[in-house]
Design a protein around this ligand. Structure first.
Ligand code: ATP
Ligand code: MG
Length: 368
């Protein structure tokens, strides 16, 4: 709860001045100095750990004040719906009415004020909620769904391999949803990949960070390693060997960030480098667990999530990726680890130096 409250505060800080406090597993957010509640409400729909959100109005703990507030505050909801009921809860047991009495009292006041709407206690279109709590009484209509999951920061850290595609932003979102703090690695291959392609990944990281909170993005220059592998290794194994180096470099940054795992957007059989055999060959270089949350998803299922979280439009911008710059016409689909390791012997010590250079020269961008 403390983590979540802190995350809520941090998320609201750039929007305006808010009083944020947690009582009995409910986080209250009160705007100060005309703070923008619409923007705040939208931002809070993206905070993991929030199950539901409600925009409530507060008043003193007195039955007539509550009824008056309900009539004014719920005007639009009451005019729109055909039937309603009132549900009350009192955590302040000193309040002089029972929940049922309070519901009846406010229900009658609403019925008098809005004659076209009927009371229906079994299947109402609108449920009016009254809550009598420690500091005040609150009136609100239906809550909306929150982002669910766990507060980011209470489940450790993972480093995501973030490309400009559709899948990795979705995977990153999914792991962050379980409360995992995120840092990211992006591999580019200038001049084969453009500044625009890099900007696209920065933009995707920003979109994901609306959910995951701030992340550190390492932009790794992968050109030299890629060219060297291209020179020395069989071309049909290029993608697999390249991907093994990506995983190794990502793991380097994961150790640096004291992370407990890596994340990729791989899905079984989607492309040659994501067959079971290719995944085994790529995975073999990692000592950390690699989380692949979309491993069993069809592309459309991944697209649906990317549309929901707002990354799709950016992901489909047609910029080149370093993985697609040097691809073989007929990549292996069933790589044998021993054959791959044998091919890697051609890379000699040069590759160690290149690895060092790549991690040393990585650009660090703080996102969110
Ligand atoms: P995505 O849509 O996430 O780009 P993809 O379907 O294009 O995935 P691949 O290109 O095979 O699949 O990449 C598989 C995974 O490897 C990606 O989901 C991502 O996690 C990682 N990856 C690929 N390219 C890069 C890159 N340039 N930088 C960082 N990670 C990458
Ligand atoms: Mg990709």
């Amino acid at each position: 709860e403390q983590k979540l409250t802190a995350n809520v505060r941090r998320r609201l800080a750039p929007i305006g001045k808010f009083r944020v406090y947690c009582l009995q597993s409910i986080i209250y957010v009160e705007g100060e100095d005309g703070a923008d509640m619409d923007t705040a409400f939208e931002a809070l729909k993206k905070v993991f750990g929030v199950i539901s959100l409600t925009r409530a109005a507060a008043c003193e703990k007195n039955k007539d004040a509550i009824a008056k507030l309900a009539i004014e505050y719920l005007r639009e909801d009451m005019l729109r719906a055909k039937s309603f009921k009132v549900e009350s809860r009192r955590s302040d047991k000193a309040f002089p009415m029972t929940s049922i009495e309070l519901s009846q009292y406010v229900g009658n006041a609403l019925s008098d004020a809005y004659e076209d709407i009927e009371v229906d206690v079994h299947d109402p279109e609108l449920v009016v909620h009254i809550e009598v709590r420690d500091l005040a009484a609150y009136v609100h209509a239906m809550p909306v769904h929150g982002a669910g999951g766990l507060p980011v920061g209470c489940s450790g850290t993972a480093v995501t391999l973030l490309s400009g595609g559709i899948d990795s932003p979705v995977s990153t979102y999914m792991i962050a949803k379980r409360g995992v703090k995120i840092d990211a690695v992006y591999f580019h291959a200038p001049p084969y990949t453009s500044e625009r392609a890099k900007q696209k990944v920065v933009d995707l990281a920003k979109l994901v960070s609306k959910y995951s909170g701030p992340m550190r993005l390492y932009v790794v220059n992968f050109t030299e390693i890629q060219m060297y592998i291209y020179d020395k290794c069989p071309h049909d194994e290029l993608t697999i060997i390249m991907r093994r180096y990506m995983m190794k470099i990502a793991e380097y940054f994961a150790n640096k960030e004291k992370a407990q795992g890596l994340i990729t957007g791989e899905s079984i059989g989607q492309v040659a480098s994501q067959t079971m055999q290719s995944l085994a060959a790529t995975n073999e270089v990692c000592t950390m667990p690699v989380f692949r949350p979309v491993i069993a998803f069809d592309k459309q299922e991944i697209v649906d999530i990317s549309l929901k979280i707002g990354t799709y439009e950016t992901s489909i911008l047609p910029y080149e990726d370093c993985c697609t710059t040097f691809v073989a016409k007929h990549p292996v689909t069933k790589p044998n680890i021993n054959v791959i390791k044998n091919s890697e012997k051609h890379l000699a010590e040069e590759i160690e130096r290149m690895f060092e250079d790549a991690v040393k020269t990585a650009e660090v961008i703080e996102i969110g």
